[in-house]
Design a protein around this ligand. Structure first.
Ligand code: ARG
Length: 393
């Protein structure tokens, strides 16, 4: 349910005496003050009880939460509130086409963890549980939140698994150019890279903002990877391409009821085009379309041969085929598009809107051949909570 001024969940309790430090949150939460916004807190608790009837007396919980905020500047979610808030943050993710399964997300409550070693170990366990031998499970691990008395830890990497990238002296790229800054940061911390195209970066964990991150090499059994082959072209395997199984975003802040969790890595499963039409194909990523086109014997002297388009399709065939053969969950863009429209229909029946960002929802290839292309979506409200937010610091 969007939290807007027209929303029934946003009423506040006016005129209460609160300490100056706590009152400041009324003008909006600051980046890392750790103070919980009272209005957001109340609005969330009401939404939780509205959608989860049978979870107890809402008024009593609202009073307890506001009282806790007045005393401490923040409050602690119950495990049920946390799981609900995390799932709704996914449901609210306007750029995500995969939201049909929002209720099924496994939420690991690790709020007691603030120590870098323990967080890294828990992230590795996240990858094992989520990877699940190939049957990917959407999973979220929540570490300690921001508090006025203790800033939250952070994961420096943008995903738990990422391939390193750097530019050589001759100006060629090795690996994923997207991670060149992360790669440089890891090296600066003492990590050693090699000259491989698919070398996983270490996980970098900061116990507090401003502290030097600790880094941890990913244990082999945490990184499930798929070597890429094409069903009809034997030469494709010789390209030596691969990708990992679990896309686990680790640099977004989960905000629930005014409480911020900057370390809250989450994953779904891949849709093939993310890898085949972006990661391996974009000119500023692995830039493989010319390579694939040449192996396919396509004429690259004119755009009108559509060599890019034909190379894209074969690359995407290879990705889908390889994940399927490896027994690793992956969606194709036609199926995922249909599921998304089912999700919207289901939400509509429940009286909820599904704001969506057309430019992110429509797949990067064959847009008009998918069902999500041929319509518009409810407008996105950036103030909606619970939400996954871009990291601010
Ligand atoms: N597009 C990103 C990548 O290629 C992953 C984003 C999340 N994707 C997902 N299917 N849950 O790594």
């Amino acid at each position: 349910m969007p939290v807007s001024s027209a929303c029934p969940y946003t009423s506040s309790t006016p005129g209460r005496d609160v300490p100056a430090a706590v009152a400041r949150v009324r003008s909006g939460p600051e980046a890392s003050s750790g103070l919980a916004d009272r209005r957001q807190a109340e609005s969330f608790v009401r939404q939780f009880h509205h959608e989860q009837p049978g979870e107890g007396d809402v008024e009593r919980r609202v009073r307890a939460v506001l009282d806790e905020i007045d005393r401490t500047g923040t409050y602690e979610h119950s495990p049920a509130e946390l799981a609900f808030g995390a799932r709704v943050a996914w449901r609210n993710a306007a750029r995500c086409i995969g939201r049909l399964y929002w209720r099924s997300m496994v939420v690991r409550d690790l709020r007691h963890l603030t120590d870098a070693d323990a967080i890294a170990a828990a992230c590795f366990e996240h990858l094992r549980l989520a990877g699940n031998g190939g049957r990917i499970r959407p999973t979220l691990s929540v570490f300690a939140p921001e508090r006025p008395d203790r800033p939250a830890p952070r994961i420096v990497n943008d995903q738990l698994v990422r391939y390193a990238g750097h530019r050589t002296a001759d100006g060629d790229w090795i690996g994923d150019p997207r991670t060149s800054l992360l790669t440089a940061r890891a090296r600066h911390l003492g990590w050693k890279r090699d000259e491989e195209a698919f070398q996983t970066l270490p996980l970098m964990v900061q116990e507090r903002p401003g502290l030097r991150p600790d880094w941890y090499e990913l244990p082999d059994d945490t990184v499930l990877e798929v070597p890429l082959r094409h069903p009809d072209h034997a030469w494709f395997a010789e390209l030596g391409l691969r990708w990992y199984a679990v896309p686990a975003i680790s640099d977004m802040t989960l905000e629930i009821g005014g409480v911020r969790y900057p370390a809250a890595p989450f994953n779904g499963w891949y849709m093939g085009t993310e890898i085949g039409a972006r990661n391996l194909a974009d000119p500023e990523r692995y830039d493989l379309l010319p390579v694939v086109a040449d192996r396919l014997g396509l004429d690259r002297t004119s755009e009108r041969t559509l060599w890019r388009d034909r190379a894209l399709v074969e690359l995407n065939v290879a990705v889908l085929h390889s994940y399927q053969e490896a027994g690793v969950t992956m969606a194709d863009h036609h199926t995922e598009s249909d599921r998304f429209l089912r999700h919207i229909a289901q939400e509509t029946r429940l009286g909820r809107s599904t704001p969506a960002d057309w430019s992110w929802i429509v797949p990067p290839i064959s847009g008009s051949a998918t069902s999500v292309f041929h319509r518009y979506y409810d407008p996105v409200d950036p103030a909606v909570r619970p939400a996954f937010l871009p990291r601010e610091a």
